[in-house]
Ligand binder design. Sequence first.
Ligand SMILES: [Zn+2]
Length: 283
Amino acid sequence: MTNHNTSLFCPLLPLAAVLALVSVTSVAGAVSPSDLQKIMEEERNYMKKKVIDICHKYVPDLPAYGSNNGLGNFIKLETSIKLGGLSNYSVFKLATHSGTHVDAPGHFNQTLFESGYDVVTLHLPALNVLVVDTPRDKNITDMFLIFGIISCLPTYLFSSDIKRSLNIPRGVKRVLFRTLNTDRRLMYKKEFESSYAAFTSDGAEYLVQNTDIKLIGVDYLSVAINPKEELVKVHQLLLDPKDIIPVEGLNLDDAVPGVYTIHCVPLRLVHGDGSPTRCILFQ
Ligand SMILES: [Zn+2]
């Protein structure tokens, strides 16, 4: 699905910033012509960037983990202008792991949960990220991480030693994995699909021990493959170090493999073991 509204989302921000700055400085003093020129130049540069919204819309048919019914009617009008209310005012109820969302360290570990490792503790700076395609018939295993990712990486990210060793280069910290899930359009199917592609425990173990990856994006509802034992093991392997952030349920339809800047901004839910998040790529 194409994100027709992506260009409307962020480009409004710098304009708002300019207007805010002009209005503040017109009270406090004058904006110098060179300052204004600089601001407008920054806005022009910003507008040139390609923005890709990698979030799914929250709709009743968005799939929910383990359910055949999707999210259902998760949002309801409490008051309505049509019915004589002063405003339209809705209330919504969503699982913390609905749609495009992040997992917190306490999601699969009671000690971490009780120690306060919630979504507020996640460190999510806006930094470079790689989007890679995975083999379409496989999960994300250790063998894929060792060999498969290499062909997707731009050569300038490698040292010659790294190329020879065929390991993921240390220093690559954020990777989004575009899998068969995207081709199968699983996030557009209301019924939960248990045969989705995701990390196996050997893949998770390899990633933790041999890479610097701290943000892992996947294109279905879980970073871990489905059998219960693997679901638990993969999450614990990735989350227990407390500094790796799975971003699940991403919309990677329009994100071709390459290098981007990623902004992921979850809600600041204190005690949240997960949270819906906005994620945007800039190219
Ligand atoms: Zn989750």
